[in-house]
Design a binder for this molecule. Structure first.
Ligand SMILES: Cc1cc2nc3c(=O)[nH]c(=O)nc-3n(C[C@H](O)[C@H](O)[C@H](O)COP(=O)(O)O)c2cc1C
Length: 251
């Protein structure tokens, strides 16, 4: 099966927070459910469950409602949050390409019923449904993001790095930094100060996983084969106040 090139979607996607609350039709939900089975992990050995649930499984607090949610439950071991970011962002771009709205939801919590239905750890929700606002941005200037200069010291690889720059992140914190070149690229997450770390620590590895996925989509768009690996020298040559997450080899 030929995979859809999601590269163009990266330049127009956005979080959707207003939904038509009627349920999507059965065929569409079946297609989404089938697509969930095709998502690629970074780490094959981490057990993960991505489940379509309805609103009543979500303790919403102050959030706006959506008709459906994907609940992510995962085994909790090294790299699991980055793995979740990498996998669930595949759904974010898939939805946006199919005309369906979605939004990562870090604040809402699962009901006891949902928690007790699995022995894996609950990680996060992705809300989705028919949007009742504009689905896409029409220009890159509509993204509120750091400049490339602030997130990388790599020159001459803008086509590859721009998609990582545009990636979504919790509270739009964009906690990433990239070194290397267009053949081997190292990915770091910003190490937050004490106070910030209490609030956003869980999200940084997820955000970095999202950015890694955007880099992979970009590299594949330009005809490269991507391998994600752990590079010992990159662990030692940390940029200031950062943490190493992984590297991409692009051939
Ligand atoms: C891990 C994660 C958690 C998020 N949690 C929430 C949330 O609880 N509520 C919300 O409205 N948006 C949430 N967002 C969406 C971000 O606020 C949004 O991606 C960011 O502001 C960039 O905007 P954009 O997605 O429209 O490009 C989350 C995003 C990520 C990646």
């Amino acid at each position: 099966m030929v995979e859809t090139d999601l590269y163009p979607i990266i330049f127009k996607r956005k979080s959707i927070r207003n939904y038509d609350l009627t349920s999507l039709d059965e065929n569409t939900l079946k297609e989404i459910s089938n697509h969930l089975q095709t998502l690629k992990p970074i780490y094959e050995d981490i057990k993960i469950e991505l489940r379509i649930v309805s609103l009543y499984m979500v303790k919403r607090r102050i959030m706006k409602k959506a008709p459906h949610y994907i609940a992510v439950l995962s085994e909790s071991k090294d790299g699991y949050l980055t793995n979740v970011g990498f996998m669930l962002q595949q759904m974010d771009l898939f939805f946006s390409e199919r005309g369906i709205g979605c939004c990562w939801q870090g604040i809402p919590q699962p009901t006891k019923e949902l928690l007790n239905s699995s022995n894996l750890e609950f990680v996060i929700f992705l809300a989705f449904g028919k949007p009742s606002e504009k689905l896409h941005r029409t220009d890159v200037s509509q993204f509120k993001r750091k400049s490339l200069k602030e997130i990388t010291d790599i020159k001459d690889a803008d086509d590859l790095l721009e998609p990582a720059r545009l990636a979504p992140s919790a509270t739009n914190s964009q906690p990433w930094f990239f070194t290397g070149d267009d053949k081997i690229l190292h990915v770091y997450g910003v190490k937050p100060g004490f106070i910030k770390s209490l609030m956003i620590k869980k999200y940084i590895p997820i955000d970095v996983g999202i950015a890694i996925y955007h880099l992979k989509v970009a590299a594949e768009h330009f005809g490269k084969k991507v391998t994600i690996f752990f590079d010992e020298p990159a662990v030692k040559n940390l940029p200031k106040k950062s943490e190493y997450f992984g590297s991409l080899k692009m051939e």
